[in-house]
Design a protein around this ligand. Sequence first.
Ligand SMILES: [Zn+2]
Ligand SMILES: [Zn+2]
Length: 113
Amino acid sequence: MSIARDTWCRYCSPPPRDRLTTNVCPRCAEVEPLIIEKLGTGTLDSPDGFEEAFVFMGTGLVCSGCGEPIVQSQWTYPALQRPLRMLRFHRWCARIWEVVGMLTPQQDQPAAR
Ligand SMILES: [Zn+2]
Ligand SMILES: [Zn+2]
């Protein structure tokens, strides 16, 4: 185990034994509020409407989460419905998006009765 326990991050650390930790690394701690805000304003869609990611080398395109260019692995999520769109993320941004997206209600969904 090369990752010290206090740097364990619930978003970008490898699949865990310790899923319940709330520790978030500094990088993810910066990106998390950006993604929460984008989900809240509708700038970023909920992960509900997207297929599983396929992953390939980044080409420097901008991440849909943090807005930084992606030069390592790029996680690309195709939309399930038209209009066909792609969301692109860093690995950790994708994870944050999946996690907080599931927790953030979408504004355009009908309210529960
Ligand atoms: Zn992290
Ligand atoms: Zn990113």
